[in-house]
Design a protein around this ligand. Structure first.
Ligand SMILES: [Zn+2]
Length: 156
């Protein structure tokens, strides 16, 4: 089960191509997905909002959002700057509105939209549980014994 260590040329080419866009939280999500055995593509610009990660087989897109810029609700990282309050409020409102429109557009196209917040990537265990249960719920809609894991939908 060490296949995730190998780097195939196509994948490394994509990684090079997207270069600077790589953020540490996004890389954590990718590594975790890969370790869980999921295969994916990155930054599909032909989809609304250019999702960070696309799992076509699961008809799922993942956005890895910074808590500050995308205003993670109730998160201590989503602080409000002390100066230029009006400027920031407008800017944040625009970001949140754009995220919502993107999500609506993708859902209309039949995609499941999963948001992973930056702060959720600090614990690989929590992250892995969130990712795995998102796909488990999809694979087993009867949801027989996912104790406490939550049903699909609670993540959105
Ligand atoms: Zn957060």
């Amino acid at each position: 089960m060490s296949s995730h260590l190998s780097v195939d040329p196509v994948r490394s080419r994509i990684m090079q191509a997207v270069g600077q866009k790589h953020t540490a939280p996004e890389m954590t999500v990718r590594r975790t997905l890969y370790a869980l055995g999921y295969r994916f593509r990155v930054q599909r610009r032909d989809l609304p909002g250019s999702p960070d990660i696309v799992l076509r087989k699961h008809k799922t897109v993942i956005f890895v959002h910074g808590c500050f810029w995308h205003r993670h609700p109730l998160c201590k990282k989503a602080t409000m700057p002390k100066t230029r309050l009006e400027f920031w409020t407008e800017k944040f409102d625009r970001n949140v509105a754009r995220d919502q429109l993107t999500e609506i557009a993708l859902r209309k196209m039949g995609w499941q939209v999963l948001i992973v917040w930056e702060c959720e990537t600090k614990s690989v265990e929590i992250l892995a549980a969130k990712l795995a249960s998102a796909f488990t719920a999809e694979a087993y809609p009867s949801d027989s014994d996912l104790s406490g894991a939550g049903k699909r939908g609670e993540y959105f």
